[in-house]
Design a protein around this ligand. Sequence first.
Ligand code: HSE
Length: 284
Amino acid sequence: MNTPTVTVTIPATSANLGPGFDSFGIALQIFNKIHVKKEESPVNLPSMLKEAAALFFSKTSITPFPISINIEGDVPSARGLGSSVTVRLGVLLSLNELMQRPLEKKELYHLAVMLEGHGDNAAPALFGGFTIARAQREPLCYPLSSELRFILLIPDFEVSTVSARKLLPSKVPIKDAAANTADAAVIATAFATGKYELLRGAFQDRLHQPFRETLIPYLSEALVAAESVGALGGWLSGSGSTIAAIAENQKIAEEVVSVFQKIAPPESQFIITQVNNVGATIVS
Ligand code: HSE
């Protein structure tokens, strides 16, 4: 072992992007920094961190050793911005680094998906850019223009993904599934080719957002308002509570913030950010 401490930075992510439920995600320029240190004696860890460490040790057949974990950064918890994946990936990447990289990046991705249950946050957090996560396969990753702006309306309340998934129906009408498929294909094409104008009108979702509106009652109003001032579109970020919009430039992004401020309670936070095309980074 070269060093007993590793630090990694992991970006926040926005998942789903409307019709890309459990598949699409984008990495943002907001970060958590995770420090993992090898210890001599056992340290009590929160269950999410313990689980990630246990999975790493069992996958690599390395005898478990005690670690301490310190998390700092700006990714708000339980707001649909991938905070849980920053922590899980932080542990996996740090342990891998501490043990001189027994696992490849794609293996670490699959471990993060096992812990998360879906890859829509794990893929962009690890690889950066716009990503398409697929069951049992490697994600597709596309860098995006740094001209694009992502506007985040972050409410002052948390939403648990587990609870938000309980609101979803077990079956959906085939016409809704078909409409989502078509719009998701348009979004993937727009991001993969850089023809961002194609995004207009493509973010409508019929599989999860309508059922989660009870959690964020001003969701539809905010999305309509964002488009009315020129945003390319908007969506419920992950399972919420954050509402995200995308704009072609800073000027439109600022107008989106103005309309969001009129709709959301004053305790909300408003952020304009950009894509992160790099993904998780080992700092030291
Ligand atoms: N796609 C998940 C959901 C959240 O909407 O429940 C992010 O992983």
